[in-house]
Ligand binder design. Sequence first.
Ligand SMILES: [Zn+2]
Length: 394
Amino acid sequence: MFSPIDRRAGVTSTLAQPSALLQNETLNFRARRSGASTKDFMNRRQNASLTLLFGAIGIVSTPIQAAEHATITLYHHVSESTPASTSVSPAIFRQHLDHLRDDGFNVMPLPELLEALQERRQIPDKSVAITFDDGYSSIYDTAFPMLQEYGFPFTLFVNTQPLNDSMSGYMSWAQVKEMGDAGVTIANHMENHPHMVDALPDEDTAARDQRLSAELHRAQARIEAETGQNHKFIAYPYGEYDLANKAMLADLGFMGIGQQSGAVGFDADFLALPRFPFGGAFTDLNDFKQKVQTLSFHLLNVDPESQMTQERNPSLTLQFAAGDFNYRQLACYAGSQPMQLEWLDQEQGLLRVSTDQTFNSRRYRYLCTAPMRGTNRYFWYSKDWTRSTPTNQD
Ligand SMILES: [Zn+2]
């Protein structure tokens, strides 16, 4: 069992979650690399050297490197008068956009990003897609003009019923259409913002899935009627999904997007893609800088696959493919508490993580990070858990 001992000064201070450097001198195993990935890493190293060289002599500030990973940001409100936990202030939002512009990020429309990743086409390093959930007024009033000023594409996931009802605090369909006509991607966040893992009283799983499928189609039809857009992906309300939800999306030819934090890559689960939410305590510029430049682990297996659990601290088994990180620097957290790491098979990259800490909330999160060799960037994976009633288990 590892014990986290040391915090890396100057790196971990910028992380929202403390990242401990794992030090255990009794375990000395090496990261395994395939031939292809070794070549890729060598290219990346060479490119990194060129970046340093050209950066230093001022010829090229941000040469484009090919990559197979990106990040997706998630916002709700850009306002100082909306609930703090889901809001960033306009001033902080501008800092985020300044950073993306000034630090050479490639801001991509989400449909292009997802298509490239799914087709395993390389994209520029430091690519990011900006998304908003819920169709709140401040997205149209404040975020939209700012994003136009920077020329950044973005995606709005809209739950359609509040707009149908002209509910206060939400934008109007005319405003959504105006944004769509200006190039904003408008996509599905269901109609009534349901907890998709929950059945209604007296509803069995089949009836639940029928209801959700009908709701998804109504929202999709309304978005298409209002904007002409028909993208095949949804953002799960609350970031909650179970295996039946994923199977439903797969049947419909949709991708699913969650709210668990992490980077996306070629080997992502396209039925449960991670995003980095920003709001409340997680709006600080240093936190943003660290997260938008993260990389995705290639996980060969996640057990259990489902996020649904009746437990308050389930153990989780992860199988990591080799990457440009040192297994000994892998650290996992339950909330902010370091977890216990137990290597079941080092050669196979098989790791079990567990914690004594118990969670009483409906949703909670485990996080695993590892620094990318020779950089201040992190590989980042998180597993969200949702506790629900026994009848709603997968
Ligand atoms: Zn939402």
